[in-house]
Design a protein around this ligand. Sequence first.
Ligand SMILES: NC(=O)c1ccc[n+]([C@@H]2O[C@H](COP(=O)([O-])OP(=O)(O)OC[C@H]3O[C@@H](n4cnc5c(N)ncnc54)[C@H](OP(=O)(O)O)[C@@H]3O)[C@@H](O)[C@H]2O)c1
Length: 283
Amino acid sequence: MAQCDRTTFALGGDLPVHRMGFGALRLTGPGYWGPPEDRAAALEIARLAVDLGVSFIDTADSYGLGASEEVLAEALRPYRDGLVIATKAGQCRPRPEQWVPLGRPEYLRQQAELSLRRLGLDRIDLFQLHRIDPKVPAAEQFGALKELQDEGKIRHIGLSKVTVEELEQAREQITVASVQNLYNLTDRHNDEVVDYCEKHAIAFVAWLPIARGELAAEGSPVTAVATELGVSTSQVALAWLLHRSPTVIPIPGTSSPVHLKENFAASDIVFSDDQLARLDALG
Ligand SMILES: NC(=O)c1ccc[n+]([C@@H]2O[C@H](COP(=O)([O-])OP(=O)(O)OC[C@H]3O[C@@H](n4cnc5c(N)ncnc54)[C@H](OP(=O)(O)O)[C@@H]3O)[C@@H](O)[C@H]2O)c1
């Protein structure tokens, strides 16, 4: 098994990734619906992420209705060794503003096939159930993922927006390599899930790590610590997630090359005990 350290996490025990990931939701058109208006800029962002050292990129079939996966494939193929593109299925988009859980096993299978095709892969390294669909028995949804894994179409299975109870139920049927839940400095309602993941060597992929930009905005609660360290507020928010637990993988999203460089560089920040205590207290 590969070693986990400050900057690396061994996903599923066998895929070491840099813990500062990248979220590819924003490589799409307005409202995350369709392709990006500036395709060249989106391609540049994807390439820059990998050039900087990002080795974990999160996307989904529903991001731009496939457009995010298409941009990643166009920008990054042939894929660099060690690059993990994690995708998701289980939410459909009947209209731009709607995200509706859809976990029927035949739909999950179809979406995995479409993601394989769009990404140009023989196997998806991490396939995440975007939502557990309350209209479909959970065991059928997990069963569809297990079937895809047994057939070699996906390597590891992840879940998204789950409680500890749901996670425990899922683990009776499948091996869960990752959980993707909302988590950041000021929204800690998933603390219990982070601790559970750490205990069981499951990656905790933190979405909205900068609270949709709020933690980077003027008046951010981390301004004092950022000033002390001479770094930006977004960097403090991201570095705190890396300090929170060795299992946390933040996936900040950006359409700005400057922000992307800044975010990745946050991996090097080390807090004093006092700074860490003050940041911990913001939760
Ligand atoms: N599983 C799920 O249900 C779920 C739900 C939502 C999101 N996600 C995942 O989480 C990822 C991240 O979510 P997100 O992009 O919505 O939220 P986020 O990473 O918390 O915030 C992104 C926002 O912060 C700004 N930003 C990023 N870096 C910055 C910097 N250094 N300085 C100032 N502003 C900065 C971005 O604007 P700029 O473009 O100007 O940088 C953007 O407005 C998504 O890409 C997706 O992969 C998953």
